[in-house]
Design a protein around this ligand. Structure first.
Ligand code: ADP
Ligand code: TRP
Length: 323
């Protein structure tokens, strides 16, 4: 069977550089390797976001971000999850075979409720909807971060149970957990994450982003002092992702030698970061001026996704005896 890679992107905020290197860049590179199915998980966002305008804005923002960064609709199927509502029907079929104990053990549910998010049925059933996302498209591979590993195991368990109960119906997917993807540090050196408020956005207003970088807190060493730990500084670790290798090495050598200050480093970081996303930024501006085009990309993607989904849901209905 050909490789079919699928992943969902939750529209829950503005994307940052950690999302770019950890999730977007590998997904975009996968377009050269086989079939790719990428969707905006707006049904999932219903479990935690309760403002319709915010959901619409996030969904559009994510579509623009991904298209600007290189998602190619000629090579990938890209759609909005809710445009293929069969996923909700499949959630029900799968939910009736999902043991309560399995859901009660879900880390993400426990983490979210521990953080004070009021639990609702949707939040509890989240892994079943995610299993439906994956199984509805005969997916073979799901690239995910470690935090989603348990959800993938649940998907496999649910698929196997359905196949055992009702006969061969679903492809049992494999996770692809990228161990080697670096954890991108945030502006404070911890993992970059929107929950830590230490993010550098991929797109945004120049002045604001420059200020964000120039405000990175450093130690008190003067410009003249040699800095033997140059490459350990969070600003240097970020610079490494954006600057050409020789430029990066040159800056590290100057920091180590002394006579190169933190202001110089932050200025270099801003400039290389800004340059790195120049083309994507221009593409995003063009796309923002042509939202009909973006909408038609998502609609075309939904039509392609729907054709696959219809086959699979018909198979599932037939096998479990409701059609
Ligand atoms: P956040 O931590 O900001 O809430 P998400 O959990 O929404 O980010 O992340 C979406 C995807 O982006 C994750 O599956 C992960 O692969 C990637 N990602 C997020 N932050 C980082 C990071 N700091 N380094 C590498 N990858 C990251
Ligand atoms: N739960 C995933 C996350 O929070 C998003 C997601 C929804 C997903 N459905 C999916 C990922 C299906 C992979 C496959 O990042």
């Amino acid at each position: 069977m050909a490789t079919r890679t699928l992943t969902g992107i939750t529209p829950s905020g503005t994307l940052h550089v950690g999302n770019y290197f950890g999730a977007m860049r590998p997904a975009i590179a996968a377009q050269d390797l086989g079939e790719c199915y990428y969707f905006i998980a707006d049904y999932h966002s219903l479990t935690t976001v309760f403002d319709p305008a915010e959901r619409r804005a996030n969904t559009l923002g994510i579509a623009l971000d991904w298209l600007a960064c290189g998602l190619d609709p000629a090579r990938s199927v890209f759609w909005r999850q809710s445009d293929v509502p069969e996923v909700c029907e499949l959630t029900w079929l799968l939910g009736t075979l999902t043991p309560m104990g399995l859901l009660e053990r879900a880390h993400s549910y426990k983490d979210k409720t521990a953080k004070g998010i009021a639990p609702n049925f949707g939040l509890f059933a989240y892994p079943v909807l995610m299993a439906a996302d994956i199984l509805l498209y005969d997916t073979t591979v799901v690239p995910v971060g470690k935090d989603q590993k348990q959800h993938l195991e649940m998907t496999r368990d649910i698929a196997i149970k359905f196949n055992q109960t009702y006969g061969e119906t679903f492809v049992v997917p494999e996770p692809s957990i990228a161990e080697e993807v670096a954890v991108i540090p945030g502006l404070d050196g911890q993992k970059m994450s929107k929950s830590y408020g230490n993010t550098l956005e991929i797109f945004g207003e120049e002045k604001k982003l420059r200020k964000k970088i120039m405000s990175i807190v450093m130690d008190s060493r003067s410009r003249e002092e040699p800095k033997p730990d140059a490459d350990q500084l969070p600003a240097s670790q970020l610079l490494k992702f954006f600057a050409p290798a020789d430029v990066y090495e040159d800056i590290m050598n100057q920091l180590r030698a002394g006579g190169y200050g933190y202001g110089d480093l932050k200025k270099a970081l801003f400039e290389h970061y800004w340059e790195f996303y120049r083309e994507a930024r221009e593409r995003r501006t063009e796309l923002s001026a042509n939202l009909d085009h973006v909408e038609s990309v998502l609609k075309d993607g939904a039509a392609k996704a729907h054709a696959v989904a219809r086959d699979v849901i018909d198979r599932a209905r037939r096998n479990c005896g409701i059609a």
